[in-house]
Write a protein that binds this ligand. Sequence first.
Ligand SMILES: *Cc1c(COP(=O)(O)O)cnc(C)c1O
Length: 400
Amino acid sequence: MDSHTESPAHSSGSPAHGSVDTRAVHAGRDDLTDLGLHAPPLDLSTTYPSRDAAAEAARLDAFTEGKDDGGPPVYARAANTTVRRFEQALAELEGATAAVAFASGMAALSAVLLARVSAGRPHVVAVRPLYGTSDHLLDSGLLGNTTTFASAKEAPSALTGATGLVVVETPANPTLSEVGIQELADACAPVPVLVDNTFATPALQRPLAHGAAMTLHSATKYLGGHGDVMGGVVACSEEFARVLRQVRFVTGGVLHPLAGYQLHRGLTTLPVRMRAQSTTAAELARRLSGHPGVSRVRYPGLGGAPRPADQMAGGGAMVAFEVAGDAPGLIGAVRLITPAVSLGSVDSLIQHPASISHHIMDAGSRADAGIPENLIRLSVGLEDVEDLWADLDQALDAVS
Ligand SMILES: *Cc1c(COP(=O)(O)O)cnc(C)c1O
């Protein structure tokens, strides 16, 4: 897929049978009533019996080529009927023709990189900042890739004949900086652009509608939404999905069926959670920017700052801020907010990127990515805004 015009990644218009809210509840479940079921079946089979060896051989050939016709999977490393439901639902929400799920967000990114390296396009242009381990994976070249880090503006001039992928996060982890997807995709065409959509989720932003060839999620975060399941997923064209399934089949980074079940259930409340958590995050960002213990707040559109037009609904549920006092100390001073890495859960989580989420990068790379050492990242949950503010306010006073 060297051109994202070869095979459409983006399915037509809005989801079938209604809005994103409606489809979040019903996607991947449309056959349940006819099956006489309410909850999707949890399929824990590792193998799928058949008396017809020749037919099984033909099915395996198809799986080896990355095709999945929805029939019996033969073996659980090829496919799983519960995980398929999550993939189908996520593809629908992203407006994609296909989605392929993995054991984690990093397994998903690894599969994308292996797919591009094996296609003879090992060079990646990556727009910083990115999640720390993604930055490290790209920078280390562990999977045979090479990477040029560039700003969104410089990205087109960093492309070479060997470039197989442009990687961007918007809003980015951890600074919440935004990139105009359509402008980047147009300027980098025909090289496919991957948007890590973990922070916005398809409830607020659908990158394929803005020219991205694929979106990637750490499903561990908002898609699961409750801090109790790990997963990753890529939404893209069926053509690229076949390559990703081939990679998944041979490398084995499959999503566990129980995780697939939990992620599929998580999608049902995703739009409601994102709206509620975003409303609280916007209010906390506003209050933080008036706090004397805070030197700078990062939140999309805060104070009327310019944003990419018509790209993301609202500012999302993540807030980042620089503290004037002891940044790591703040993590130890919160009492209600959970002092932990990760994000996207129903409870609020706070962490110090230089110590945890972006610790794997060296200080020079963090500086290049524009991640200050005194930056704090807050994932806003479903608690009451006044309770969260009281906790932040007392913690900031304690370290100022
Ligand atoms: C957490 C995260 C990842 C990695 O996902 P895992 O599920 O932890 O492997 C990738 N991108 C972003 C933006 C993340 O926040």
